[in-house]
Design a protein around this ligand. Structure first.
Ligand code: SOE
Length: 381
């Protein structure tokens, strides 16, 4: 029997446009999802490039104005994969038009924008989700299962880092395609909203809400040529950001993100230390979870390196045979699978817009704490 179709209209054809398109293209080949997602329309201002994207990914049609996309009766889901400064306007209009809305992270450029998005989506009662994909790395999902089972006991410490090195050159311009992450007007912030947001999303999922933060940020390169104006302009983003956190459960957190850690391309690591057990995960070895269980027999006690490739590990039975690995792109496929199942079951899939707003409250508090050199209470915590 053929499944009901769910028509996807995606906005944006960059890096994230590709990850989302791949997810919707692959998901029903590997997961028994209740809907057949259809790549119905790609929307981007540059028609020629949108058409080339359409052909590559097999979209049915092209739009060059997101307002026309939202007006279409044959579109069920608006998937926002365009730069951060477009999220609020598109998400709010899409929700008001009754579409399910998916957004790339961060939800808004700041919590004020995100609040407006959450209000619109909740008022319209439409399904909504943000693509914080790292939750669905099977090893990270297993970490969540272990936490839920109470294996760690009382948690004392949470540690996360997201390190990159791609903006070290002062010759790198800011703004425009591929470099809008360096333009504060478009991105909202630098590594705080781009990289720490991932760390915070995972942290709050695993360890609960953050109560307060103290932070330091730095902009190492103060001026860069702007690609759109051709002029040398001040840089408004944070190049590096580090913060201390107090979680509501009483544990302490340390977080760091930078684009100036020479040699690191995308080193996302996290660690949790509980009274009974600890876990460590590292994106560059993403299919492993390091686990130390103090309950093990003393003579055998030690760090286990669990290869998360067996059929009883989260998501893995949908892939190859035990022992064979999957990668980054699969995290988006897992999220698409959960979204489609959630849609059918009437359950709002997580992380919802409201969950992503909670992350934006923390990133706003981090930036305020760095600016004011004080501790900031996180809004809503
Ligand atoms: C930045 O380089 C970036 O692409 C982020 O925007 C993504 O969210 C992250 O997953 C990888 O790094």
């Amino acid at each position: 029997m053929s499944k009901p179709r769910l028509n996807i209209g995606i906005v944006g054809y960059g890096f994230m446009g590709r990850t989302h398109s791949n997810a919707f293209r692959q998901v029903s080949k590997f997961f028994d999802v209740p809907y057949e997602p259809v790549l119905k329309a790609i929307c981007a201002r540059n028609r020629a490039r949108a058409e080339s994207f359409q052909q590559n990914w097999g979209y049915d049609s092209v739009e060059t104005d997101w307002k026309s996309l939202i007006e279409r009766k044959d579109i069920d889901v608006i998937d926002i994969a365009s730069p951060n400064d477009t999220h609020a306007e598109i998400a709010i209009a899409a929700a008001r038009a009754g579409k399910a809305v998916l957004s790339e992270k961060p939800l808004g450029r700041n919590a004020t924008e995100s609040q407006a998005i959450v209000e619109a989506a909740e008022k319209a009662g439409v399904p909504n989700m943000v693509w914080y994909n790292y939750r669905r790395v099977p090893a990270v999902s297993l970490a969540k299962d272990l936490v839920n089972e109470g294996k760690l006991g009382r948690v004392f410490h949470y540690r996360a880092k997201f390190l990159q090195d791609w903006t070290i050159s002062s010759d790198l311009p800011q703004g425009g395609e591929g470099l809008w992450r360096l333009d504060a007007r478009v991105a909202g912030s630098g590594v705080t909203g781009d990289l720490l947001a991932h760390c915070i999303d995972t942290a709050m999922w695993l360890n609960g809400p953050v109560d307060s933060v103290a932070a330091v940020t730095e902009t190492f390169i103060k001026e860069r040529k702007h690609n759109l104006t051709g002029k040398i302009e001040p840089v408004g983003i944070d190049d590096a950001s580090a913060f201390l956190a107090r979680f509501r459960n009483g544990s302490l957190g340390t977080f760091e993100a930078t684009r100036y850690a020479r040699g690191h391309k995308a080193l996302y690591t996290l660690e949790m230390n509980g009274a009974d057990a600890s876990i460590i995960w590292d994106l560059s070895d993403l299919h492993r979870l390091q686990y130390f269980d103090h309950g093990d027999k003393g003579t055998l006690r030690g760090w286990r390196s669990i290869h998360i490739t067996d059929g009883d590990h989260p998501y893995m039975k949908h892939w190859w045979v035990p022992g064979l690995q999957i990668g980054y792109e699969h995290t988006f496929i897992h999220q698409a699978a959960d979204f489609l199942s959630g849609m059918a079951g009437g359950i709002v899939p997580a992380p919802t817009f409201r969950d992503a707003l909670a992350t934006d409250y923390v990133t706003d508090a981090v930036l305020a704490a760095a600016k004011n050199r004080d501790w900031q209470k996180v809004a809503g915590a």
